[in-house]
Design a protein around this ligand. Structure first.
Ligand code: GSH
Length: 284
């Protein structure tokens, strides 16, 4: 179990105060762009992804937030068959196809998308500057380098947790039965076996305590008393941290994080703006 996290918000007024804050803010949140407003402006977007990859979910949350239509292709983690022939040796996800252009790495993809959104007028110059302010980029780096790395050890603590995390492979339509079973069993097994090595690599002792401490740090230092790290609207850092948690939202680790920390009101606020985007429906 996680140690229960007490944020200033909880300690000084409890969940009631957090709920009241949500209600007070709800009408002021920016109305989402319609898909039609964004369609045709950014061009075609195809994301090669793993459903449980935090970096892929970050990119999808960004697209969803601004109602930019996109498609996803699930990559077989064992064979990489969907990308191997054309990715030029790059074997990680996400990879984006922006029109005909291949863009690797979630950070590069996100900035390329934001540039296109700026050019297309989905975001004006001021909104763009605020969304990717130096502070937002600093927290985005923290999310990628310090927070995202905590997720893997948390969803692979045991074979059964690892098996649960890999459960999504069973519903990927283009995976053959052999792909599904091999990923579910062999993939889960190797993820579980790799857990210790990853913990050692990143100097993680107690993975549950580490993820709670990470969330504590984000809530207290990143979000603070504002609705979002970006203030009244999410910024790129909000999108990055949201993507990390969205990636694992069908796992026991996620349930425990939500129950044992005070992150849910912030998460729900971001999710309310991201929905009804594709990240929630792109699951194949
Ligand atoms: N810096 C990269 C990191 C991407 C990354 O590490 N992706 C993982 C999945 S979460 C991956 O593809 N690992 C290689 C593999 O699965 O073989 C980014 O932000 O896109």
């Amino acid at each position: 179990m996680f140690r229960r996290l007490r944020t200033p918000l909880l300690a000084s007024g409890g969940l009631l105060a957090a709920g009241a804050l949500d209600r007070a803010l709800a009408p002021k949140l920016r109305a989402p762009l319609t898909t039609a407003a964004a369609a045709g402006t950014v061009g075609s977007v195809l994301i090669y992804q793993y459903e449980i990859c935090p970096f892929c979910n970050k990119v999808k949350a960004l697209l969803d937030l601004y109602r930019v239509p996109y498609e996803t292709t699930e990559v077989n983690p064992l064979t990489k068959g969907e990308i191997k022939a054309w990715s030029g040796g790059y074997r990680k996800v996400p990879i984006a196809k922006l029109g005909d252009e291949q863009v690797n790495d979630s950070g590069v993809i996100s900035q390329a998308l934001l540039d296109r959104m700026g050019t297309a007028g989905v975001l004006d110059a001021k909104q763009l500057a605020e969304f990717r302010s130096p502070k937002a980029l600093e927290w985005a780096k923290w999310s990628d380098e310090k927070f995202a790395v905590l997720l893997f050890p948390n969803i692979t603590r045991s074979f059964s947790e690892s098996y649960q995390a890999f459960g999504y492979v069973m519903s990927v339509p283009h995976f053959s039965m052999l792909d599904k079973v091999s990923n579910q069993i062999i993939g889960s097994f190797f993820m579980w076996m790799a857990q210790g090595k990853i913990k050692k690599k990143y100097g993680i002792d107690d993975e549950r305590a580490a993820v709670v401490a990470g969330i504590n740090h984000w809530l207290n230092e990143g979000v603070g008393s504002k609705p979002f790290a970006g203030g009244k609207q999410p910024n790129f850092a909000d999108v990055c941290v949201f993507g990390c948690l969205k990636a694992i939202d069908r796992t026991d680790a996620y349930k425990e994080i939500m129950a044992e920390t005070a992150i849910k009101p912030w998460y729900d606020r971001v999710e309310a703006l991201v929905q009804p985007g594709n990240a929630c429906t792109s699951r194949q």
